[in-house]
Design a protein around this ligand. Structure first.
Ligand SMILES: Cc1ncc(COP(=O)(O)O)c(C=O)c1O
Ligand SMILES: N[C@@H](CCCC[NH3+])C(=O)O
Length: 430
């Protein structure tokens, strides 16, 4: 199997960032997420360099939903990133990690009164998703005697080649304001006492393995910017969102590199802004492409069963990695303690959850497996732990981060007390 540079095999064992996965599993137990900090840093720099080679005023807003561990936020903060935050929790974590409010964009199609108040209080910019939200935000800002800087999220009605559940720019999705209504929205924003429209925002979906949809998206944004200038809007930023895919199938996926992405999108952006005579910041909101491949999920084989297929029953299920069950996603798997051994049997890797769909990987050729063997599920840094749950009353597992020679917990494993701690006993049961 093709492995990225930070995953290596030595002494028959898979290593991540030079750390023996078998030793990590023995020390910290399984299941266990392991993240390589240096990989995140390298991914970030590659993207930033690719974009700034074309234009200096680029701002990377990490899409915090992809991985909400504070240690990950801190890495991105240290690299100079801001964040696309989609909840009050993500906003607070980004601030706690040291990101400045001016580098945060509060996104979301359904913000509560409390969300809007927090946006006003913290001074972040807001991507507004409806006129109703605009009016509520203006009222919240007026009550606080402040002005909020906003963009509207435009729905560009663009088809994208990805799983339908993660295509966000289709005309039929819940996200954004239809292009036909967007100018009226900006007109109303200009008339609001405590709103300052300063940008445009769009995001067409996730795990997109072609550059062409991003080019069309940029064309929509430039056209919109042209109309907005005519309305008198000052455009300080154009935000193209995230969505760049990663090659989960390393052997066959042809994922655009950051350079491919920049080479496709930047000429449209540059020609557009030159034509308009403006020099706005270009914002991008990558999640997956920054962190998916930085992380593996280690899971131990509990038992092997010969049935209509051969199942390797492991200790991690869709409680910890829901992508295969939710989107039929593919994640490569490696027998971490037998990484040199020839693949000789086909296994389906099944989790411990009481659901038929709890399969992490189907029909994979692997070395002969037995109870106690260690499986590594690759490319689980994005939307892995972030989408975990305690379903079946399973405490969530630990997360370890490695950097150079160091390895440390970035989240301890939960235990049964973590299941019961928030629960309350109704008086009539006492
Ligand atoms: C508004 C917004 N920005 C950015 C992202 C990040 O997407 P990705 O992880 O595909 O880069 C998402 C998720 O799809 C999103 O909804
Ligand atoms: N959760 C999705 C990505 C959605 C991105 C957020 N809009 C995934 O795991 O692929």
């Amino acid at each position: 199997m093709m492995l990225p540079e930070h995953l290596t095999v030595a002494g028959g064992r898979l290593h991540i960032g030079g750390h023996d996965t078998v030793a990590l599993a023995d020390t910290h137990g399984t299941p266990l997420y392991v993240t390589d900090e240096d990989r995140i840093r390298a991914n970030y720099r590659r993207l930033e360099d690719a974009l700034t080679a074309h234009y200096p005023k680029v701002r990377v807003l990490y899409a915090a939903k992809a991985n909400g561990n504070l240690a990950v936020f801190r890495i991105l903060a240290d690299l100079g990133a801001g964040a696309d935050v989609f909840s009050a929790g993500e906003l607070c974590l980004a601030l706690a990690a040291g990101m400045q409010a001016e580098k945060l964009l509060f996104n979301g199609s359904s913000k509560s009164t409390a969300d809007l108040a927090l946006a006003v209080e913290t001074g972040v910019k807001v991507s507004v998703d409806s006129l109703d939200e605009l009016r509520q935000l203006n009222a919240a800002a007026a009550a606080a005697g402040k002005t909020v800087r906003i963009a509207f999220r435009v729905n560009p009605a663009i088809e994208v080649p990805t799983h339908p559940k993660i295509a966000t720019g289709l005309a039929t999705t819940k996200f954004g304001i239809p292009a036909g209504q967007i100018l009226d929205a900006y007109r109303e924003a200009l008339a609001c006492s405590n709103i300052d429209p300063v940008g445009v925002h769009c995001h067409i979906g996730s795990q997109i393995l072609e550059v062409e949809p991003f080019v069309r998206e940029m064309e929509v944004l430039i056209d919109l910017a042209r109309d907005l200038l005519a309305l008198g809007v000052t455009i300080e930023f154009i935000d193209i969102g995230g969505g760049l895919g990663v090659p989960y199938h390393r052997e066959t996926d042809r994922a655009p590199t950051p350079q491919d992405y920049a080479a496709a999108v930047m000429p449209v952006f540059l020609a557009g802004i030159r034509d308009l005579g403006i020099e706005p910041e270009l914002w991008v909101e990558p999640g997956r492409s920054l962190i998916a491949d930085s992380t593996i999920l280690l899971t131990r084989v509990n038992s092997v069963k010969e049935a209509y297929k051969t199942f390797a029953n492991v200790d991690a299920g869709f409680n910890l990695l829901v992508r295969p069950a939710m989107y039929d996603s593919y994640h490569a798997v490696v027998a971490a303690n037998k990484a040199d051994a020839p693949a000789e049997r086909e296994y389906t890797i099944a989790g411990p959850i009481c659901e038929t769909g709890d399969l992490l990987a189907k029909d994979r050729m692997l070395p002969a497996l037995a109870a106690g063997d260690l499986i590594a599920v690759l490319d689980t840094g994005a939307y892995g732990f972030a989408m975990s749950s305690q379903y079946n009353s399973r405490p969530r597992c630990a997360e370890v981060i490695v950097r150079g020679d160091d390895a440390a917990l970035m989240r301890r494993a939960e235990d049964v007390d973590d299941l019961t701690a928030p629960m309350q006993q109704p008086a009539w049961q006492q």
